[in-house]
Ligand binder design. Structure first.
Ligand SMILES: O=C(O)CCC(=O)C(=O)O
Ligand SMILES: [Fe+2]
Length: 291
């Protein structure tokens, strides 16, 4: 199976043949990245001014909550904030339309989460090891337990100078999980409840969240694993988009600036093949339910 599946599409909400829908869903669940070489997201002249690292101050992204309309992490005047919200909301809507036409079987189990604008150059950015996404990893949010739900993300490279976003893509989830599983320590008694009580996490981590974060950490802290995939790079050109389950695809962002991203959470039961979910893979290694 190729890690990247190209799909010809140039609108965010147009009709998609059923055969393409099924192929896309199956490829995603098998751990591929769906790549849309000609699916661009147009910005207006004024919106292009937001493509500058200065608009984020000390944070790395502008964040948007499509449910409340709240913008966070932006260092812009109130008047500009209105325009920035307009841009974020348009992208949030476009990605919702894309997924509802591309992945119709997820419809009842698809939950839209945060939208982000990433205007800072990835290469050379100073980060703690845990936040360093230039290291291969699978996604797991330290403070926001997914409680077993999948993390599905839509990315669009909006670089105005034609620069690609460069990623590395590693091996299949079950291979990675099997490799690190013996080294992942079990949660300590009371640990998950305590982390929620002192607000390190927004809700109580399930055992699944615990192990996914341990896996994410183990990958990022393993220099041998990182070195093995040093040349496994993929270029996503300016004006292209891509979609993948980032809790499953071993990925790293190597370089690039100016990207829009939308996160969705997906119920495991909404998948065509629930056995492919990291939850089910880890449960089979643990020999017990984890969420
Ligand atoms: O910013 C990127 O290109 C990807 C970073 C990443 O690891 C993620 O969003 O999950
Ligand atoms: Fe990631």
């Amino acid at each position: 199976m190729s890690p990247i599946l190209p799909i010809e599409l140039c609108t965010w909400g147009g009709e998609i043949p059923q055969a393409t829908q099924v192929a896309a869903t199956d490829a995603l669940e098998a751990g591929s990245v769906l790549f849309f070489p000609n699916l661009s997201f147009e910005l207006t002249e004024t919106e292009r001014a937001f493509l500058s690292p200065e608009i984020v101050g000390s944070s790395k992204n502008v964040n948007y909550d499509p449910k409340s309309g709240k913008v966070g992490g932006a260092n812009v005047a109130a008047m500009k904030l209105h325009e920035l919200r307009g841009l974020m909301d348009r992208f949030a809507t476009a990605t919702r339309e894309l997924l509802s036409t591309l992945l119709p079987t997820y419809r009842n189990g698809l939950h839209q989460a945060r939208t982000s604008l990433r205007p800072v150059e990835v290469a050379g950015r100073k980060q703690t090891w845990r936040k360093d996404d230039t290291r291969l990893h699978v996604d797991s949010f330290p403070s926001q337990p997914s409680r077993g739900k999948r993390i599905l993300r839509v990315f669009c490279n909006v670089n105005p100078d034609g620069r690609p976003r460069v990623w590395k893509v590693g091996e299949q989830f079950d291979t990675v999980a099997r490799k690190y599983w013996p080294a992942l320590r079990a949660p300590l008694p009371g640990e998950r409840g305590l982390l929620a009580a002192i607000r390190v996490t927004k809700s109580v981590r399930t055992r699944y969240d615990h192990y996914m974060l341990k896996l994410h950490d183990a990958m990022k802290l393993d220099p041998v694993y990182q070195a093995r995939f040093a040349s496994a790079t993929h270029l996503f050109p300016a004006g292209s988009s891509w979609v993948c389950f980032t809790d499953q695809v071993s990925h790293a962002a190597v370089s690039g600036a100016h990207q829009l991203e939308q996160t969705f959470m997906v119920d495991v039961n909404a998948l065509r093949n629930p056995a492919s979910a990291p939850l089910r893979v880890l449960e089979s290694l643990a020999g017990r339910k984890l969420a």
